[in-house]
Design a protein around this ligand. Structure first.
Ligand code: PBG
Length: 356
């Protein structure tokens, strides 16, 4: 209830001005600068646009499963499927046509092959190695990245070796360097340590150089936060069910920003070719700061939970999925990303090919 009675209202009843009436002139503001002039039409908006997204900016993460002609939907990521190796090869062909420069492969390892130490990571014939080799053979021109971390292979779902309830750093780094060699030998062009152990980039660089893989690039997940947004990914690779506890003793505390700069600097000093911030949208401030501070090739990962939120809301009819997708991808470019790992990669590339 208003405290004013009808008769003692402080302002007169107002009728919006009729722009055609002569009296409308009295509302004209005396403005020299009107930012809206540049937005008046499509050609003008295009002309003054500061940032652009192209297919060249995209890396497409693919989940790999056993079998042939197999495509398994990932329930928490509507529209995303795990692919058997032959299907992954097909999709690699599609990515090439769409001018997507690179794929990132993630295996869903058979639970029977997971153990305490993640030994399957060092099997040179493991699922991700078979996928790397098959895709490289068919489409040598596409870039292939593979994660260096033990979580798809450990029975406890952690990225490293677990001893007495602790993820032990230095022993894990030793194994990760071996894993990087296995991936490089199978055809990975880029190895991407996503484990957040201290010193792993340097150890991986030394191992690669010693074994004749001097050309293999390191994409370091440098500022990787302990995030709730990885949930659907862990469904996709099958580590959610098994994960004991959380990853806060190695992934970063999301309250911290300066620490991200220290992490990135360490990785650069140890030999990272490209650095990454992850997740994406809730961490645009970090992305911006990293790009500004180091001017390195800086990538961002629009992670599974971000994809699920957009796609889930779109499928419920609550937002326009295509528009939200393009808006978020452009936001990464504006914040300084050189490239974006996103499950939307083929859809965005198709849209760009259609509409330019
Ligand atoms: C594994 C890894 C994760 C992601 C990429 N590599 C999950 C995790 O650290 O638990 C997340 C990607 C996504 O959520 O899309 N180390």
């Amino acid at each position: 209830m208003s405290i004013f009675s009808r008769s003692d209202r402080p302002v007169d009843r107002f009728t919006p001005p009729d722009p055609k009436a002569a009296s409308a002139a009295k509302y004209k503001l005396d403005l020299k600068i009107r930012p809206r002039r540049n937005r008046k039409s499509d050609w003008s908006r295009r002309l003054v646009r500061e940032n652009a997204l192209t297919a060249d900016d995209l890396i497409w993460p693919l989940f790999i499963c056993e079998g042939t002609k197999t495509r398994e939907p990932v329930a928490s990521m509507p529209g995303v499927e795990r692919l058997s190796v032959d299907e992954a090869v097909r999709e690699a062909g599609r990515a090439l046509k769409l001018k997507i420069p690179a794929l990132a492969l993630f295996p869903n390892t058979d639970p029977k092959q997971r153990d305490e130490r993640g030994s399957e990571a060092l099997n040179e014939d493991n699922l991700v190695c078979r996928a790397l080799t098959a895709i490289k053979k068919e489409f040598p021109e596409i870039g292939l990245a593979a994660d260096v971390a033990l979580d798809p292979y450990t029975s406890h779902g952690h990225d490293g070796i677990l001893i007495d309830g602790e993820i032990v750093n230095d022993e894990t780094v030793h194994v990760l360097a071996q894993q990087a060699l296995v991936l490089a030998a199978a055809g990975a062009d880029v190895v991407a340590p996503s484990d957040m152990m201290d010193g792993r980039v340097g150890a991986i660089r030394r191992a690669l150089d010693n074994k004749g893989f001097g050309d293999v690039q390191i994409l370091a997940y440098s500022a990787k936060y302990a995030s709730a947004f990885y949930g659907p990914f862990r469904d996709a690779v099958g580590s959610n069910a098994t994960l004991k506890g959380d990853k806060r003793t190695y992934q970063m505390d999301f309250a911290n920003g300066d620490e991200a700069l220290r992490e990135v600097k360490l990785d650069i000093d140890e030999g990272a070719d490209m650095v990454m911030v992850k997740p994406g949208l809730p961490y645009l401030d970090i992305l911006w700061r990293v790009r500004e501070a180091f001017g390195m090739p800086t990538l961002v990962y629009q992670v599974s939970g971000e994809y699920a939120m957009i796609e889930g809301a779109a499928r419920a009819g609550w937002i326009d999925g295509d528009k939200a997708m393009m808006e978020t991808l452009l936001a990464f470019k504006r914040a300084g990303a050189d490239a974006i790992l996103t499950y939307f990669a083929p859809r965005a590339a198709e849209k760009l090919a259609r509409e330019g």
